[in-house]
Design a protein around this ligand. Structure first.
Ligand SMILES: [Zn+2]
Length: 299
């Protein structure tokens, strides 16, 4: 098979994850040990060694503190996309607060790389039926695609309201919203032992036996579907400080961190990956930076 797949990374600190979030910890973010620079540089080195290219959803909070890191990501030929600014779940934001968050992150990133930022991923994949008001806001703020809808979820109703059925390209869907069209690139799912599993977080990449994971991914490819793989930068950092939290959260976060880098290198030898931007480009008309308000969806 010669399918092109997408590899994505959320670039955030180990203490940003939702499972360990609290108002108290949030107040201390600036005092906690920053490790995102070294883990992302490690990630860039693995990708360079294996000739892979990816989409990096960078948190605005991180970009402000590590501007050269964001520039290095772009200079290595990867796509810089937005993970929002403050890593707040959309389910606890108002539409105006969400708009402010995605606008702020996009502005910071574009100033750093001098190029348009087209993609957005919500913290913990929190665009659901209840938060589908986020789609037209993303279009109005100049985003061309989103990668935040949890797999196996029906499309939020706002996305279906106009123009009938959404278009599809592989696992990507072209969503009509009240503000224009938006591509959705949801994380892939795989069927393992009769159970459909998401490739969005939850440590699947580290928890499953590698042979089983690889066979499952190959099956998706054989079925003709491109993969959208999702990892977080801290997953390449086995030495990160351990935080207090629920036992299940700690298990998901810390188990087999030492295996991520080797597995990632193997994966890059098995599949051909491109950034989401490049996968969508052949079927989109990308309008010039600054005037982008709508994606024309074809295919
Ligand atoms: Zn995140």
């Amino acid at each position: 098979m010669n399918l092109i797949h997408c590899l994505t990374f959320d670039i955030e600190e180990h203490f940003h994850v939702t499972a360990f979030d609290s108002p108290m910890r949030r107040r201390h973010w600036n005092q906690l040990e920053s490790r995102v620079q070294q883990t992302t540089e490690r990630l860039l080195a693995v990708l360079e060694q294996e000739h892979g290219r990816a989409t990096f959803f960078v948190l605005g909070w991180v970009a402000e503190r590590h501007p050269r890191l964001v520039q290095a990501i772009a200079q290595h030929g990867h796509e810089v996309a937005s993970h929002g600014y403050a890593h707040e779940l959309i389910t606890v934001q108002t539409p105006s607060r969400f708009r402010e968050d995605v606008r702020r992150a996009k502005g910071i990133l574009e100033d750093l790389i001098g190029a348009p930022v087209l993609g957005y991923r919500a913290p913990s994949f929190t665009i659901t039926a209840e938060t589908s008001w986020a789609f037209p806001i993303l279009v109005e703020e100049g985003y061309h695609y989103d990668s935040s809808v949890p797999p196996n979820q029906p499309l939020p109703p706002t996305a279906r309201r106009r123009n009938g059925k959404p278009g599809t390209v592989g696992s990507f869907q072209c969503l009509p919203t009240d503000a224009g069209m938006l591509w959705e690139a949801p994380p892939s799912t795989v069927q393992i032992a009769g159970v459909r599993m998401s490739l969005a977080g939850d440590g699947y990449f580290r928890l499953l036996p590698y042979g089983l994971l690889l066979r499952s991914l190959k099956r998706v490819e054989t079925d003709g579907h491109p993969l959208v793989m999702c990892l977080r930068s801290w997953e390449l950092d086995p030495d990160q400080p351990r935080m207090r939290g629920r036992l299940l959260s700690r298990l998901r976060h810390y188990v087999n961190l030492h295996k991520t880098e080797g597995r990632l290198a193997c994966l890059l030898r098995e599949f051909r990956f491109v950034p989401i931007r490049d996968a969508i480009a052949p079927v989109s008309v990308l309008t010039p930076w600054g005037t982008a308000r709508q994606v024309a969806c074809k295919g």
